[in-house]
Design a protein. Structure first.
Length: 94
């Protein structure tokens, strides 16, 4: 999985094991400058990381999910992102 980290300016790559990730996600807006103003695109932010999450030392609240298995998550609605994660639950995700 790729994240735009709240604590670092660059995109980071995180390998997630099979099973539950222990992340609470919420929809958010990505803000990107556009020629005619501000382009707001749908995105997903980590709201909290559960204590037993295998990603607890890698992901923090405020990080935004950029991709799941190299599939971009921008502009996907929340239900689609959750469905992608659930469909790939039985194997590691990158």
């Amino acid at each position: 999985m790729s994240f735009f980290a709240d604590h670092a300016p660059e995109e980071i790559e995180v390998s997630a094991p099979a099973g539950a990730l222990g992340l609470v996600l919420a929809p958010c807006e990505w803000g990107a400058a556009a020629a005619d103003g501000v382009d707001r695109r749908l995105g997903h932010v980590v709201v909290s990381v559960r204590d037993l999450s295998p990603l607890r030392d890698l992901v923090v609240p405020g990080d935004q999910i950029a991709a799941i298995d190299r599939d971009a998550t921008r502009d996907l609605d929340h239900a689609r992102v959750v469905a992608l994660l659930e469909a790939r639950r039985g194997r590691a995700r990158s």
